[in-house]
Ligand binder design. Structure first.
Ligand code: ADP
Ligand code: MG
Length: 579
């Protein structure tokens, strides 16, 4: 074929491919335009998972009638004048191609009126071809209607996911923006039903509740650190609230939702050693940074960015989040009033497995909510994650140790504490010979069908951890030795516990599997609730815990101890003015 210049429509469709990948991308561009237009009220209506109709209406500044046709041309924008402006972008849009792109792959209409104008104007475009400008009555603001998305690019339609998935993307997107702009009223109607309605009263927790759940919203910890050139604000989950993937993490930079792996990594690193490997926090973080220090013109959808001071941003995020976590998490303090309820019966063996489904949120323990935490003023009282020297008082409920520290009473969960101790010991031994015990009689273990391949792939790793296993028949194995710390427990149960780990969906790294396996082994080997400990055993456990690097949480992120401060005790006994 000879070289020739492509017809405009084809060129636009190609360009549109970059901006408009799916219905949610249309919603994103239109919502961003409404935000740039200073709207305080944005209404989004979606039908047919966005393929039939997407309508975004706002009460923003509107478009003057004589500019409406221009707004739809490619590279037409009111947000950028010179090339230098690119490096101080304060608006969400600037490329001037969203409307043109969307209009080239849909049946498109835009109706707009500025406050000053008496009449509004309306323009229809089909597959990139503009109709005549009509003068119509309209409220101040802009309404964009996108019908039959991709009707003229059937190939695109094929790449769309199931309707539920496309709807989920739209919902997640609008919710994120509602969170980033809590002063703006968002209303999202999906297939005739209200999916999100925010009040615009500025309360982010309210939006968080819609995003996760009221309960989770209540528990999220507030991050708020202001550096010289960087402000880090938002919410992160406490260490006992995790997911099996990174999907609960969102970042905004100067009000723009961005996808940035490095930022997510900084966040996850802030939880270092507080979460079990393979579990991820949930977070919504808003960064404010001088516009000239961010390059937003990296990708057509503007969701990737570059920082000129990447390292500073990275460590800023990490430190701000770490600070929020340390201010709260390590020793949950009991808030007033203390309710004297019997110790709950707990099945340690089964408790955390409950919600290990992919994508599920794991609650590992009931701990006081962050707000309650904050109200006790625990913010600065626990600057690091160590524990003070403790004097053992005794064991209660065959589940907890009671100890006294310089600043009050500590209740220690014996199982969680022992898990932490064993875990750190095991991790320290990694790479060396791990003490292993040969069984007097090899034990034959039969595993569920299909778990055999999973297990065999892990033989080398299991061997490193002190297991010696060989194939004995289909789905049947012979265990010759087990790690010493598991001595006394049923080897077949131990192996079953270990293979559960391999069945998890997101365990890409060998290293992670190994760490998770170790955590499982330690959980199995740790003393249980209900087990009577001799005074020597209690004392040893306490000493071992004090020596741990992260003594305040178990490897799954649950607290190992609860602190009742002297102050609290005095108030409870009426020795100090109660609040
Ligand atoms: P960009 O947002 O990158 O400038 P768009 O194609 O999204 O490009 O929009 C083109 C122009 O149309 C914008 O610069 C703005 O002037 C105008 N515009 C688009 N949507 C709206 C809206 N909802 N309210 C007011 N003006 C709008
Ligand atoms: Mg735009």
């Amino acid at each position: 074929m000879p070289i020739r210049i492509l017809p405009v429509e084809i060129a636009s469709q190609i360009a549109a491919g970059e901006v408009v990948e799916r219905p949610a991308s249309v919603v994103k561009e239109l919502v961003e335009n409404a935000l740039d237009a200073d709207a305080t009220h944005i209404t989004i209506t979606v039908e047919g998972a966005g393929q039939k109709l997407i309508e975004v209406a706002d009460n923003g500044i509107g478009i003057p009638r004589d500019e409406l046709q221009l707004a739809l041309s490619r590279h037409a924008t009111s947000k950028l004048n010179t090339a230098e402006d690119l490096f101080r972008i304060a608006t969400l849009g600037f490329r001037g191609e969203a409307l043109a792109s969307i209009a080239s792959v849909s049946r498109f209409s835009i109706t707009s009126r500025t406050k000053e104008a008496e009449m509004g104007a309306r323009l229809q475009v089909e597959g990139g071809k503009q109709g005549d400008l009509q003068v119509v009555g309209a409220p101040a603001g802009t309404v964009v209607g996108v019908e039959d998305l991709f009707y003229n690019v059937p190939a695109r339609r094929k790449f769309l996911k199931k309707d539920v998935t496309e709807r989920r993307h739209i919902d997640a997107l609008v919710t994120r923006y509602a969170l980033a702009y809590p002063n703006i009223r968002f209303q999202l109607t999906l297939e005739g039903r209200t999916a999100l309605h925010t009040s615009g009263n500025g309360d982010r927790r309210e939006v968080l509740a819609a995003m996760f759940s009221p309960d989770i919203a209540r528990q999220m910890l507030e991050v708020n650190t202001i550096y010289d050139h960087l402000t880090v604000q938002g919410f992160v989950s406490p260490t006992n609230l995790t997911r099996s993937n990174r999907r609960g993490i969102s970042f905004f930079v100067n009000g723009r939702w961005v996808q940035d792996f490095t930022l997510a990594t900084a966040l996850v690193q802030a939880y270092h050693s507080m979460l079990m490997v393979g579990r991820f926090p949930m977070a919504v973080i808003f960064l404010e940074i001088p516009p000239e220090e961010v390059d937003v013109n990296v990708h057509p959808t503007k969701s990737e960015i570059r920082f000129s001071q990447r390292d500073e941003v990275f460590s800023g995020v990490q430190r701000a989040v770490r600070r929020a976590l340390l201010a709260y998490s390590p020793v949950p303090m009991v808030q007033t009033p203390v309710r004297w309820t019997p110790f709950p019966k707990r099945e340690f063996g089964s408790k955390t497995e409950l919600s290990d489904q992919p994508d599920s949120i794991e609650y590992s323990e009931d701990v006081p909510s962050p707000r309650e935490q904050a109200s006790i003023g625990g913010q600065h009282s626990l600057p690091d994650s160590s524990v003070p020297l403790l004097r053992l008082v005794g064991q209660v409920g065959t589940a907890f140790l009671v100890a006294e520290g310089p600043d009050g009473l500590y209740l220690i969960d014996q199982h969680a504490a022992h898990e932490r101790v064993l875990f750190e010991r095991f991790m320290a031994q990694r790479g060396q010979e791990i003490p292993s015990q040969t069984l007097l009689e090899p034990v034959t273990v039969e595993l569920p069908v299909d778990s055999d391949r999973l297990l065999e792939e892990q033989f080398p790793m299991m061997e490193k951890l002190g297991f010696q296993i060989e194939v004995f028949g289909p789905n049947t194995y012979r265990v010759r030795s087990i790690p010493s710390i598991l001595l006394g427990s049923d080897p077949s149960a131990a192996i079953r516990v270990v293979i559960e780990e391999f069945e998890e969906d997101e365990t890409p790294l060998m290293n992670e599997i190994e760490t998770k396996t170790i955590a499982r082994i330690c959980k199995r080997a740790a003393v249980k609730s209900g087990q009577v400990l001799s005074p020597e055993e209690q004392k040893a456990l306490l000493n071992d815990l004090e020596a741990c690097q992260v003594p305040r949480t178990c490897p799954h992120g649950r607290p190992t101890m609860i602190h009742l401060s002297i102050d609290l005790l005095e108030r409870q006994f009426g020795r100090k003015g109660s609040r």
